[in-house]
Design a protein around this ligand. Structure first.
Ligand code: ADP
Ligand code: ZN
Length: 723
């Protein structure tokens, strides 16, 4: 028998299966989808068995499989097929697709060894015993009383006695696998659903054996999470399992405990703050069919559940659902849709601010739209006030406007809490006028120009337009153009000066890097140990603090100026999300937005919580400029340590694409947004097209052509989140 093995080595040149002989003694263990150890050249590598057959493809003499790595099937039939789909559609290596699906413990070991956690128990044997010393007798009594005890507990009486008793065969060791995470099951607390919620659940359930995508457009606090839980419970009644994706940063104890309180059965949880061992355990629980509910971040969409009833994607507009650093650059939504077709079940998307792409699909009836425009508690959405910082700047009030300070004092006087958002998106990659807030945009693309310090130029990384930096503002004439950015520390300092008696807690990348710190901050703010939560984007999502009645956005403009065609959408989403954190309890909420662009439509529509108004205006702009969802975009990154090589190859590729893609607009080559990382120079070409039949073949040929060139790296990103 021959096994076709895909080697775990991400190299375009060997991204195919190799034939190996299955030795007689392994024949019963080797199944499709398991991991094996194989000789490869002079190395010993691991790989996945993708097929088993009687015939070999080459005349070369084949080597034998050395051993199996684990007994269980790692890649089931569905995942094997899904990998091939990803490989064909994302033009990345097949092995990278399979690796993306698996926890680290199930990938080839790079010096790390993550195993199962084993507990050892002791019990009495049938052997009769005499002549025990006191300690030994104590150990024996302890075991007798309990029938079976944990070895580590017995050792606390006397390690040497335990050792001797085992050696003499009086005590027997029993090893048992345990899971590192143990979730306590709940007591099933649930709310009586409102009629809107009930209708939504029924609509989804009436399609429970169809591949259909639902988009729930519901304002913050409209009870979406309750709806998800009810759908999951209905699925459980049909003996079906569910996956719910939530954004990484909102996958906190708050949401998990809400689920634990609701469901009596066990839940698996997958997110990046778990240890590798914990992830491995959660994964095995799922693969063995011991849980029917999985909550997790992006990669949980690959959870090897059987008999799936629904995949829910909460806050579907979140950009972390797209993997954009490493390959494969997949979007969890595409994977969910593929699995829904494979298994015939619905996908449910939920958001207060759906992506333009999703909402446009619902208008075209590709998705089924469900709108929830009221909060469950009957509260109106918080009152939003826009503060024009151009006026404040003239009064030299620092980063806190008079209005914001007054509103904070107001809240404190009623013993209420305040959340402050420091918008750090796209931090300092652009320049702005300190006097009037002016930001330079590309005349061709309407994209904020990126500042390149080394050449002191402003560049468009869509089309390549460039201009020297001039410190005189073309808008107000002041010599006040500079790289401006507010640091968390600076804001904190000012806060302490303004409110010396109030306690501030910071939540940003620095203060949450340690395991558990995220939870701790949330808990202590919840317990009102602090008056002010100052944070970055992290605080905008999912958090539910009933005592927060004021949310202040210190600098709304930073995200407005990121050099990306989605900057208005990102800003609108962020402001709506963060506004949703205010007034979630019984008290009325208020939001204050500080901005240099009080007239900007993204800010105005966010003030009125007017998603549809924003959607219509933004769609018009996208149509005029030819961006998504009217056009598909694909970005090609060309990088090399050798600047000349990178530039020359980029030009060559640009010409090649122009010749072959006749229905496509080709932008660039231009320098990438981040031009140089670790001494690697990066260029970029952006493709815009409505329909391009030649696309996959042309790009595939391109990859084939350069795959043996070790100096050049080519990276393709379909529907990129950031260009
Ligand atoms: P969303 O996910 O849309 O922001 P949630 O599901 O978190 O909304 O609901 C907002 C708040 O309202 C939560 O505190 C939740 O417990 C409560 N809630 C939701 N549905 C109901 C209901 N039917 N009856 C009472 N309270 C509800
Ligand atoms: Zn441009």
């Amino acid at each position: 028998m021959i096994a076709k093995v895909l080697v775990e080595l991400s190299n375009k040149n060997i991204d195919k299966t190799f034939d190996y002989i299955i030795p007689k003694d392994l024949e019963k263990d080797i199944k499709i989808g398991i991991r094996v150890k194989i000789p490869f050249g002079t190395m010993e590598l691991e790989g996945f068995v993708l097929d088993i057959s009687n015939s070999k493809e080459t005349d070369l003499e084949l080597k034998e499989i050395i051993s199996i790595v684990d007994q269980d099937i790692i890649l089931n039939k569905e995942l094997l097929e899904l990998g091939k789909y990803m490989h064909d559609n994302l033009l990345c290596t097949l092995i990278s697709c399979y690796q993306a699906m698996l926890p680290k413990a199930l990938k080839a070991k790079n010096g790390v060894n993550i195993g199962k956690k084993i507990d050892t128990y002791l019990k009495l044997s049938d052997l009769s015993f005499t002549k025990l010393n006191d300690k030994q007798a104590e150990v024996i009594n302890f075991v007798k009383e309990n029938g079976r005890v944990l070895k580590k507990e017995a050792i606390t009486i006397s390690a040497s006695s335990v050792k001797t008793l085992i050696k003499n065969g009086i005590l027997i060791e029993e090893k048992e696998e345990v899971y590192r995470l143990n979730h306590e099951s709940g007591e099933c607390q649930k709310h009586e659903l409102t009629s809107c919620q009930q209708e939504t659940v029924e609509k989804v359930m009436s399609s429970s054996d169809k591949s259909e995508v639902f988009l729930i457009h519901g304002v913050t606090g409209s009870g979406k999470t309750e709806i998800y839980m009810e759908i999951i419970e209905n699925m459980l009644k049909q003996d079906k399992s569910s996956i719910m994706l939530v954004p990484e940063i909102s996958l906190t104890e708050q949401i998990v405990s809400r689920f634990k309180k609701r469901f009596t059965s066990d839940i698996a949880i997958l997110h990046s703050r778990l240890s590798d061992g914990e992830k491995y355990d959660e994964w095995r629980k799922i693969a063995r069919g011991e849980v029917k509910i999985v909550i997790g971040a992006r990669s949980a969409v690959f959870a090897p559940l059987k008999n799936i009833g629904v995949i829910i994607i909460d806050e579907e507009h979140t950009d972390s659902y797209k993997q954009d650093g490493a390959n494969p650059k997949y979007h969890a939504l595409d994977i969910a849709k593929w699995r829904s077709k494979y298994g015939n079940f619905p996908v449910v998307l939920g958001s207060a601010t759906p992506t333009l792409e999703s909402y446009a699909r619902s208008e075209k009836k590709v998705y089924t739209l469900i709108t929830l425009d009221k909060r469950v508690n009957g509260q109106t959405l918080p009152d939003t006030i826009i503060v024009d910082m151009n006026k404040e700047m003239k009064q030299k009030s620092g980063c806190f406007s008079k209005k914001l300070v007054e509103s904070m004092e107001d809240a404190f006087s009623r013993d209420e809490q305040v959340i402050l958002l420091l918008n750090r998106r796209g931090y300092s990659s652009f320049v702005t006028c300190k006097n009037c807030g002016f930001v330079s945009k590309c005349p061709n693309c309407d994209i904020t120009l990126t500042y390149h310090k080394s050449s002191n130029t402003l560049r468009c990384h869509y089309c390549g337009y460039g201009t020297k930096l001039d410190t005189t503002c073309p808008n107000c004439g002041e010599e006040a153009i500079s790289t401006l950015g507010l640091g968390t520390e600076k804001v904190e300092e000012e806060l302490i000066k303004l409110f010396p008696d109030r306690k501030v807690i910071r939540m940003d990348y620095d203060t949450t890097s340690k395991k558990g710190s995220h939870e701790k901050i949330i808990k202590s703010f919840e317990n009102h140990e602090y008056d002010i939560l100052l944070g970055t984007q992290m605080i905008a999502k999912g958090l539910d603090f009933p005592n927060v009645t004021l949310v202040g956005v210190i600098n709304a403009d930073t995200s407005l100026n990121i050099p990306d065609f989605r900057s208005s959408e990102v800003t609108f989403d962020l402001l709506c999300q963060v506004a949703g954190r205010s007034g979630r309890g019984s008290k009325l909420g208020k939001v204050l937005i500080q901005t240099f662009n009080p007239e900007h439509y993204a800010i105005k529509y966010a003030k009125n919580h007017d998603y549809l108004g924003f959607y219509k205006q933004e769609m018009n702009i996208r149509r005029t400029l030819g961006y998504s969802p009217y056009y598909f975009l694909t970005s090609i990154k060309i990088s090399s340590k050798d600047y000349d090589e990178a530039r020359d190859v980029s030009n060559k590729i640009g010409n090649y694409l122009k010749k072959n893609l006749l229905s496509t607009v080709i932008l660039g080559p231009s320098v990438a947004a981040v031009f140089k990382i670790n001494n690697v120079y990066r260029f970029q070409i952006v493709l815009k097209y409505k329909k391009e039949d030649n696309l996959y073949k042309t790009l595939n040929d391109l990859i084939e052509h350069y795959k043996t060139n070790s100096k050049i790296k080519i990276d393709i990103d379909f529907n990129p989140i950031h260009i």
